[in-house]
Design a protein around this ligand. Sequence first.
Ligand code: ADP
Ligand code: TRP
Length: 332
Amino acid sequence: MEIVVSGIRPTGKLHIGNYFGAVRNFLKMQENHQCYFFIADFHSLTTHPTPTDLHSSVSIVLAEYLAFGLDPDKSVIYLQSDVPEVTELYLYLNMNAYKGELERVSTFKEKAKTQPDNINAGLLTYPTLMAADILIHNADKVPVGKDQEQHLEMTRTFANRFNRLYKTDYFKEPTAFTYNSKLIKVPGLTGTGKMSKSAGESDCIYVGEDADVLKKKIMRAVTDSGPQKPNSKLSQPVANIFSLMELVSEQNVIDSFKNAYADCSIRYGDLKKQLAEDMEKFISPYRERIKDTLENKQLLSRVARQGAERARESASQTIKEVREIIGFKKFY
Ligand code: ADP
Ligand code: TRP
């Protein structure tokens, strides 16, 4: 059976970009793959969360994974920090990860620009830690959004380099995966790029969003001054609204707004109202479920323990074999 690995950094509630870019694929993949879905809490340390914030963010992601339908009896659901083997593999991979190539990673370049006073070594070696997450289970497929493509390319580079160095074919070369053949990029509400926590609260629609907040956020989404002549091209902010509709609205509803745009009769207020209604329909079943799951500490603890045990079984086997390949021999 093919092996799947994916993780999400716990930096708060999951938004619909996370859901459609990653989690929706997790749900399908768990049916017929051996899946390892984890919470990347080591990765989140690059931003120095307080101990309280770290624990609460991890709890939220774990509860949301379960509320969305990830099944601990089908998939291995665990915390990255429960699998110390990952850090050992990270160390080995770092020995063959070069400063120049790490500095060229676009997420690093961006972070170096936006947070110049915190360009730490963990940030630079983020791709090696991510490669360790994936290679520790020797994954075939990694369900992630488009923004993670470059990280995955690095994982293949590191896997390949290890294989060449030790004249082995031990590691496979994992590939990004989505059921829609095209990697997804969900836009945010502020009219710029992809929906992202780092773009702020008003950019993100959370899957557990309160009904009134949801409506307000969408009604405030950035648009433009309207089509100036028939059949004009959509501006980026308006194209974003349509992209969000593609996720939750009926095709005929989308088509009718597209036609209204083409003949200049569109009213953005109506467009956003429609999106708010359809988004509410999508979100409402999750809202209560997330809350209940988060309160069920016993469930969270049982799932995390079971996941840790199963993840470590696979990880410790890899580390044992990697140590042999590298040449660490026991004297005792
Ligand atoms: P954020 O940018 O909000 O910090 P993360 O980087 O933690 O989100 O992303 C976690 C997962 O969700 C990754 O697999 C990523 O590819 C996916 N993802 C995040 N934002 C989007 C988006 N806007 N569109 C598609 N996928 C996304
Ligand atoms: N880098 C991913 C993100 O920001 C999170 C992540 C860490 C991950 N390790 C991974 C995703 C391994 C897939 C596989 O979203």
